[in-house]
Design a protein around this ligand. Structure first.
Ligand SMILES: Nc1ncnc2c1ncn2[C@@H]1O[C@H](COP(=O)(O)OP(=O)(O)OP(=O)(O)O)[C@@H](O)[C@H]1O
Ligand SMILES: [Zn+2]
Length: 734
């Protein structure tokens, strides 16, 4: 039987024994060697042509005799000759003992090794002078006689789990040697290592697992080893994966942090007032054009302010055709100031001027210019004017001019408050009147403006934009009613009469609220009812139907509101009653709304006194009907109103005999005597008003009672119904 075959048989025997010995298999399974060790173990150490007692020094050059070329003439050596019948894991020692008598500790083997001065690669080598077990086997005296067998055993044993001691640390020298020897060994092992290991060693990472399984199958690797290999591979693979995963995770985290920091950086730059200003006013993308961006607004869109429109017409002419004005040598105003209460159409007018002249409209709000950072306001103004000059002719509109051009505060606390306004003054002086740039400012408080702003050559043209009169209101109502579906029965005039003092914005809101109400009620179009409803809502506040009010409180409210109504009805100079209700609205439990029959441009002393008396009507009614112990807190807002009127009469309108026609703007700075004189006068006015109200209510106690009961029945009464009740007629049930 050919040696080879015998060896193979040995190898096979080995395998068979192992196969049927679950215990030994278990033992083998426990002995799992990390992958790197397995690879080390495969590299059967260099073939050495040692003589038995040659002293072994690890750096002796070894010539490698490739196993397969060795002649196979030796007699076959089988385990029996070695006194071993069957080979199990426990027999390794005996085998080695027989192969290498005296190898094991305790026998004084001719020591092949000295104390190593250079640390060897492994403790094994340090101790035995051989790189590993196999080279120890090969150097045995038996090797020469049975080199073939020992080689085969070694190569078979290679499949056995081997105990390799390796040092936990690597010296540079050993590392180099290891790397070098590993690569040489790897090259060599490709010849000696069984094919399945080759595939394993040379595997491409991509398809490890299935090639490993495939190899396990095709090369019928013993069961026991499969787990060890798989475990080893899995461990190595998982470790590698875990490491990659960790690296990827930390890379991802770093990238995320950098990205967030970048975002913050960009946000900070954009928010930076200097940059954002530059961005806003110098880039075409987001220059300070009117954010509302109403397209081609013309004078047609502005109703009820004819006078203001006429005054601005000439500005439009100038913007359309500046030469016409320069030829005559005339100078147009650089700055136009629109003055009026909120919501009267100042911004709309400025847009209409730019729209009529068809020039760019630059919108800026005064409050934008004031930032907590010093100098930001001034830089924004510079940018705005630079951009406008570059696009002349154009309109610059500065809304709420008083917030940037307010009186300059001369105080060490605000050393920079002048910077922005000074910049504005400088810019206004910085261009010639006929350069084609018109600056329009709007303010609700002209008195708050710095005088330097409104001197000639700056905002030297002032246009008043007042609240619309009944005619203007009718026009504005028609304008907005035409934008919705409304019933033909709607008479804008009546609504206009009932909305004295309403601004354009409030009228627009009234029509809009009526449309919403009609939509909520599922109506096809808006009728007078919805318009009245939204008017009351604006005048008296939204109804609070959900509020549950007990009868006692309802009765008090009914007499309180009737008190106001009776005074208004029986006082000659009082405003006519529009409506009385005990339906809670807004913050009040009831409300009486009065409306002048037309616009009051001025109010007489009698009218002011009448308003005070009406305000006193509520408290007086409570006192007369329920007694002084049952008067309520509900009259506080009435007294506020009456006190305000009395104070304006004394300090503003010169309507006090004692204090004369002087005005007292800042009472806090007055002398104590003057202050107490003012208080005295106010007190007298209020007491007299109270007495007048009491007199009226005593005189018309019956009507007062009838009206209160009607309110308890109908909850809300309009002017007509109130008149019917006070005339003693019966109201038809609604
Ligand atoms: N005379 C008017 N004619 C038509 N619509 C008006 C008129 N006045 C106000 N409006 C409406 O009210 C809205 C607000 O008006 P605008 O902003 O021009 O008032 P304003 O005087 O500038 O208010 P503020 O002083 O609060 O800035 C306008 O968009 C417009 O729809
Ligand atoms: Zn009241």
């Amino acid at each position: 039987m050919e040696l080879n075959q015998t060896c193979h048989i040995t190898g096979v025997i080995t395998v068979i024994f192992l196969k049927f010995w679950p215990k030994s298999i278990k033992m083998i399974i426990h002995v799992t060697v990390p992958l790197s060790h397995l690879i080390n173990a495969f590299h059967s150490p260099k073939k050495t042509s040692f003589s038995a007692n040659t002293s072994v020094s690890q750096n002796q050059h070894r010539d490698v005799v490739p196993e397969r070329e060795a002649p196979c003439s030796e007699p076959a050596l089988n385990l029996r000759d070695l006194g071993i019948s069957e080979l199990r894991i426990g027999h390794i020692d005996q085998l080695i003992e027989n192969l290498l008598p005296g190898f094991y500790k305790g026998k004084n083997v001719s020591s092949h090794w000295h104390t190593s001065h250079v640390s060897a690669q492994s403790f094994f080598e340090n101790k035995y002078g051989y790189i590993d077990m196999f080279s120890a086997l090969r150097s045995s005296c038996l090797y020469r006689q049975h080199s073939r067998t020992i080689q085969n055993i070694c190569s078979d044993l290679q499949c056995w789990p081997v105990f390799i001691q390796s040092r936990g640390f690597k010296t540079l020298k050993s590392r180099t040697r290891r790397l070098q020897s590993t690569s040489e060994r790897l090259a060599e092992s490709q010849n000696t290592a069984p094919s399945f290991v080759k595939g394993f060693l040379l595997r491409d990472r991509g398809s490890d697992v299935e090639s490993l399984d495939k190899l396990m199958k095709t090369k019928n690797i013993p069961e026991a080893h499969q787990d060890a290999f798989k475990t080893g591979f899995a461990e190595g693979f998982l470790k590698a994966q875990a490491l990659t995963q960790k690296t990827n995770d930390s890379l991802r985290r770093t990238r995320l942090i950098l990205f967030v920091l970048l975002l913050f950086g960009i946000y900070g730059l954009l928010k930076n007032p200097f940059l954002s200003v530059r961005f806003r006013t110098t880039t075409g993308l987001d220059s300070a054009v009117d954010p509302v961006q109403m397209k081609n607004v013309t004078f047609e869109h502005v109703k009820g302010v004819e006078e203001a429109k006429q005054e601005l017409q000439e500005v439009v002419e100038f913007l359309k055709n500046p030469q016409k004005f320069t030829a005559l040598g005339g100078k147009l105003p650089k700055g136009i100031l629109l003055v009026g209460p909120p919501g009267t159409g100042k911004t709309l007018l400025a847009r209409a001027v730019a729209g009529e002249a068809d020039v760019p409209f630059y919108y800026a709000s005064g409050s934008e210019f004031d930032e907590m950072f010093v100098g930001v306001g001034a830089s924004r103004i510079r940018n705005l004017f630079r951009e406008a000059k570059a696009n002349a002719p154009c309109v610059i509109f500065i809304d709420e001019l008083d917030s940037v051009g307010g009186k300059r505060i001369e105080s060490p606390m605000h050393p920079y408050s002048r910077q922005t306004i000074n910049q504005l003054l400088a810019e206004m002086d910085g261009f010639k009147p006929n350069e084609g740039v018109i600056i329009i400012g709007a303010t609700n408080f002209p008195e708050a403006l710095d005088n330097a702003l409104i001197r000639p050559g700056r905002f030297d043209m002032q246009v008043t934009v007042p609240r619309p009169d009944v005619k203007g209101r009718t026009e504005i109502l028609k304008w907005y009613l035409n934008k919705i579906k409304f019933d033909k029965s709607v008479d804008p005039e009546i609504i206009a009469r009932g909305t004295v003092g309403f601004s354009g914005a409030e009228l627009e809101n009234l029509v809009n609220q009526a449309a919403l109400k009609a939509a909520v009620d599922g109506k096809e179009m808006v009728t007078m009812k919805e318009l009245e409803f939204s008017k009351d809502k604006i005048l008296m506040g939204p109804e609070r139907r959900s509020v549950e009010i007990d009868n006692k409180n309802k009765t008090i409210t009914a007499y309180h509101e009737s008190g106001h109504a009776i005074i208004a009805y029986y006082t000659k100079d009082a405003m006519p009653i529009n409506k009385a209700t005990i339906m809670p609205r807004g913050p009040t439990l009831g409300h009486v709304s009065l409306l002048p029959e037309n616009d009051r441009w001025n109010e007489t002393r009698a009218q002011l006194l009448a308003q005070m008396d009406v305000s006193m009507g509520g408290r007086v009614a409570e006192e007369l009907i329920f007694g002084t112990d049952h008067i309520t807190t509900g009259a506080s807002s009435d007294f506020d109103n009456a006190t305000k009127i009395a104070k304006r009469m004394v300090t503003k309108f010169g309507m006090s005999e004692k204090l004369g026609v002087m005005t007292y703007s800042d009472t806090a700075k007055l002398s104590p005597e003057t202050q107490s004189a003012i208080e005295q006068e106010i007190r007298i006015l209020l007491r007299e008003s109270y007495e007048r109200a009491k007199h009226i209510l005593k005189t018309h106690a019956k009507e007062h009672k009838n009206l209160a009961e009607a309110l308890l029945t109908y909850e809300t009464l309009d002017a007509k119904e109130i008149q019917i009740v006070l005339e003693g007629k019966k109201l038809e049930l609604r």
